[in-house]
Design a protein around this ligand. Structure first.
Ligand code: DP6
Length: 364
């Protein structure tokens, strides 16, 4: 599919006067990372992520048809019950980017009410779940105006719109394993939207766990927008994009053959490569904290001693995502509680696992 396939041409706004829709949309954790993009939100390499379950955003979009034509977008945004003027520019930019595909936006007055299952200050990026939730709400309104669209088109376009809000958000529509970015080894993959991993997933990955250790709950030191820009003139950019695409080929095999050793090697190397890019960019950053490294070393020690398949990945921050198979949940949970949570801020951590994607909760 190409961009023009996502333009809504035939619609009748008089069909709809007012209503509301609510979506619950998960966060996701990349195993092969997206870091580097071109306009408009086109990734430099393919990425793959586990859709999460416990970390989600709940967004309600209330819409009311305006009597007169409006030249601007009309919306208010509430986050956790509070009106948030400072969230408006990001939403304004999102609406500007998607308007050509959903040309009905200026016909409505919107109230957006959103909250996260995880603390806003936890250092967990909420753009993936937040933008995908809003994109799905907008798609529900599109379906009101044009009920003939298929489920498949609905999800593809929701992912396409979410991408224009935040790249990683396009991987938060469906579960359980999502690929974003054109790749010759992944059938149906696209730079424009995320697709479900198209091959059979080995049972070793069923119900895979991700316990998120909150090492640093502060605001992000580098926003992802700035981070991606650092890849423009990065001396290792080309090699990094090649490495990531090569890792997609390898991890695609792993998801089919269940080789957990190889999974660990790819996933940990990806996390450290992402941080290596930040450490070697201009300006340079170290986003890991001393406790991030302590946790990584403890994980390596535990793996060496017990033959566990525990491993870690990192976002663009200090928190550590501890990944492990369902079969090891008891032993690894004990290890986390006894050995790792002492390195978390106020012992905070979140138990999450691989999930099935977004869910619509109500519409009236
Ligand atoms: C390190 O999707 O937050 O989490 O497209 O600018 O909104 P924008 O960036 P964003 O970048 C995510 C970067 C990452 C890796 C990943 O999720 O693939």
């Amino acid at each position: 599919m190409i961009e023009s396939d996502f333009i809504l041409n035939d619609f009748e706004t008089s069909k709809v006067s007012n209503g509301s829709v609510t979506w619950k949309t998960p966060s996701n954790i990349a195993l092969v990372k997206y870091w580097g993009k071109q306009d408009p939100q086109i990734p430099e390499n393919a990425s793959i992520s586990f859709t999460l379950d416990a970390c989600f955003t709940l967004t309600t979009l209330e819409y009311k048809k305006l009597d007169k034509n409006s030249k601007s977008f009309n919306f208010d945004i509430y986050f956790e019950g509070e009106k948030k003027e400072d969230f408006k520019p990001k939403i304004q930019q999102f609406f500007e980017r998607i308007e050509q595909y959903v040309p009905f936006l200026k016909d409505f007055d919107f109230v957006i009410k959103s909250r996260n299952s995880f603390p806003h200050s936890s250092g967990i990026a909420s753009s993936a779940s937040g933008m995908s939730a809003l994109a799905l709400c907008v798609m529900s309104l599109e379906r009101e105006l044009n009920p003939s669209i298929s489920e498949e088109y609905f999800n593809k376009k929701a992912s396409f719109l979410a991408r224009l809000g935040s790249g990683s958000a396009c991987r938060s529509i469906e579960g359980k394993l999502i690929v974003w970015g054109n790749h010759s080894d992944i059938e149906g993959s696209s730079n424009l939207f995320g697709v479900k991993f198209p091959y059979k997933i080995h049972k070793n990955f069923k119900n895979y766990h991700d316990t998120i250790l909150l090492v640093d709950e502060g605001e992000k030191q580098v926003s992802s927008t700035v981070g991606h820009q650092l890849m423009y003139n990065h001396p290792f950019a080309k090699q990094r994009f090649q490495q990531a695409n090569h890792n997609i080929s390898k991890i695609s095999e792993v998801f089919q053959n269940g080789d957990l050793n190889e999974f660990i090697t790819i996933v940990e190397s990806e996390a450290l490569s992402l941080h290596a890019m930040m450490m070697t960019s201009n300006p340079y950053f170290i986003l890991m904290k001393p406790n991030t490294l302590k946790i990584i070393n403890k994980i390596w020690e535990f793996r060496g001693e017990t033959n566990s398949n525990i491993c870690f990945t990192l976002d663009a921050g200090a928190n550590v995502h501890v990944l492990f198979p369902e079969a090891e949940k008891e032993s690894v949970n004990n290890f986390i509680i006894n050995e790792l949570i002492q390195y978390c801020q106020e012992n905070h951590y979140i138990c999450d696992r691989i999930g099935n994607g977004a869910k619509r909760l109500s519409n009236n």
